[in-house]
Design a protein around this ligand. Structure first.
Ligand code: SF4
Length: 403
C-alpha cells in the first residue's frame, strides 16, 4: 500500500477515541477541498483561529481490547502501518504544500508500549532533528513506555497526552481491560516531574481524555477525577469524549451531546472560574443539571450570594455571576477604579451577557433584573433561549478538539 493509501486509513479515524474523537474538521470546507487531505483536522489555536494539523496514527494494528475502540484487536478492519521515515516524509510533503502546520501523532499498540513509542519518537526525531521542523507537535505517550522515552517525548513535543480513559480504575477495567491506572498515572506523573524540572519544555502542556458514558460513571465522578488531575498534575486540559457504540459492542446507550456539553461547561468552571468540583451542583445520582448550565444552577442554589453590587464585588465574586466571564470580570475591575457602573449598557460593552447577569446584580444599589423571574428558581432558563440551542451535536463535538 502506498503512503496515500495508508494516510486514508490512518488519518481517517474521526471516531477513534485514542485520537481524541472529534470530527469537527470533517465538517469544515477546508477538509473537503484539500487535495490529499486525509488526516487534516482543524484545531482551535486561540483568538478564534483554527490551524490545520495532520492527525494520524503510526499504525492501526493494536493488541489491546479497549471495548469502545473501533480498531481494537478483535475488530475486522483493514490494518496498516507507517514506518518512521515514510510518515516523516509524508508529513513534510504536506507541510511544504501548506496543507498542515503541525502534527498530532498517536498509535495503536503493536509489539508493546516501548516498541510503539520508539517508532513514534523516531518519526518525531526525524522531523525535529534532521528536517529541523519547529512547528507544533502533539505526541501521544503510551502507558508503560520506559521513563527515558517519556523524557525524549517531552524534549521533542509541544504537547503530550496520556489518556486516562475512565474516571476510576474500576470503570477503566470495565471498558479497557488491558489498561490500568498503575501504568497510566505514573506516565502522567513522569511528565509532570519533567515539566517541573524543565519549565521551558512542553509549552502546550499535558492533556488527557476520558470516555464518558461507557462505564456507568456519574458526572460527579468524572469531574472529581478531573479536579485531581488539575490539582496534582497541572493537567492543561481534560477532554471528554461521549461514548458511541462501535460495531456490535454496546457497553451502554450512546452518550448524549448534551451530557458532553455540560461536562465541558463544568470543566470550564474548574479551570477558569475558581470553582471546585465539590461546589458544582449535581443531582442525587451525581448528574449535572440538564436544563441549566452548571454556573446558573449553582447561582440559583446560592441566593445568599446575590444580588451582587458590581461596583464593590471582588474578582472572585464577579466570576460567580452567570453572564460574567474572566475577560468581562477583569474589564469591570479595571474600569471601576475610574467610574461607577450605573447602566446595563456599560456592562454590555464590556462583554457581559446582561440578559442573564442582570438577575444577579445591583448597579450602584439598584436591582435591574426581573424580580418575578428571579423568584422562580428554574425560570433563569427563560432568560436566554439561545442556551437551549447550544447543545446540538455539532457544537458539542466542536468543543472536543484535543490538540
Ligand atoms: S490502545 Fe485501546 S483505544 Fe488505543 S488503539 Fe488500541 S484498542 Fe484502541
Amino acid at each position: 500500500m502506498d503512503s496515500e493509501g495508508k494516510l486514508e486509513i490512518l488519518g481517517g479515524y474521526d471516531a477513534l477515541y485514542d485520537a481524541d474523537g472529534s470530527s469537527r474538521a470533517a465538517r469544515l470546507p477546508q477538509r473537503l477541498e484539500a487535495p490529499g487531505g486525509a488526516g487534516i483536522f482543524y484545531a482551535a489555536a486561540g483568538g478564534g483561529r483554527c490551524v490545520p494539523l495532520l492527525r494520524v496514527l503510526m499504525t492501526n494494528v493494536c493488541e489491546n481490547d479497549c471495548r469502545y475502540c473501533s480498531i481494537n484487536c478483535h475488530r475486522q478492519v483493514r490494518r496498516t502501518s507507517f514506518g518512521p521515515e515514510e510518515l516523516a516524509k509524508t508529513f513534510r510533503q504536506m507541510w511544504e504544500r501548506r496543507l498542515v502546520r503541525g502534527l498530532f501523532l498517536s498509535s495503536g499498540v503493536a509489539g508493546g508500549a516501548a516498541k510503539t513509542a520508539e517508532r513514534m519518537l523516531t518519526t518525531v526525531e526525524i522531523l525535529r532533528l534532521r528536517q529541523r521542523f519547529s512547528g507544533y507537535i502533539h505526541l501521544k505517550i503510551m502507558p508503560g513506555q520506559p521513563a527515558d522515552y517519556v523524557e525524549r517525548a517531552v524534549a521533542l513535543a509541544d504537547r503530550v497526552s496520556v489518556n486516562i480513559e475512565a474516571a476510576t480504575p474500576d470503570y477503566l477495567g470495565r471498558i479497557a481491560p488491558s489498561k490500568t491506572y498503575e501504568a497510566i498515572i505514573p506516565a502522567m506523573e513522569e511528565v509532570r516531574r519533567l515539566q517541573q524540572r524543565h519549565p521551558r519544555l512542553l509549552r502546550a502542556g499535558q492533556i488527557t481524555q476520558m470516555v464518558v458514558g461507557a462505564a456507568g460513571e456519574s458526572d460527579q465522578e468524572v469531574l472529581e477525577t478531573s479536579q485531581r488531575l488539575y490539582d496534582r498534575l497541572a493537567m492543561r486540559r481534560v477532554y471528554y469524549s461521549g461514548y458511541q457504540p462501535v460495531f456490535e459492542e454496546e457497553l451502554a446507550p450512546p452518550a448524549s451531546a448534551l451530557r458532553q456539553h455540560r461536562l465541558y461547561q463544568a470543566d470550564w468552571l474548574l479551570r477558569f472560574y475558581g470553582f471546585r468540583a465539590s461546589e458544582v451542583p449535581f443531582d442525587d445520582k451525581g448528574a449535572l443539571p440538564t436544563e441549566l448550565d452548571p454556573k446558573a444552577a449553582w447561582a440559583l442554589v446560592h441566593p445568599e450570594r446575590f444580588p451582587l453590587e458590581v461596583n464593590q464585588a471582588s474578582h472572585e465574586e464577579l466570576l460567580r455571576v452567570p453572564g460574567i466571564g474572566p475577560v468581562s470580570a477583569r474589564r469591570i475591575l479595571a474600569l471601576r477604579a475610574a467610574c461607577t457602573f450605573r447602566d446595563l449598557k456599560e456592562l454590555s460593552r464590556l462583554g457581559v451577557a446582561v440578559r442573564r447577569a442582570r438577575q444577579f446584580l445591583l448597579l450602584d444599589g439598584r436591582y435591574l433584573g426581573d424580580r418575578a423571574l428571579a423568584d422562580r428558581p428554574t425560570a433563569v432558563r427563560e432568560l436566554d433561549p439561545v442556551q437551549l440551542s447550544l447543545w446540538d451535536q455539532q457544537k458539542a463535538s466542536a468543543t472536543a478538539v484535543a490538540v
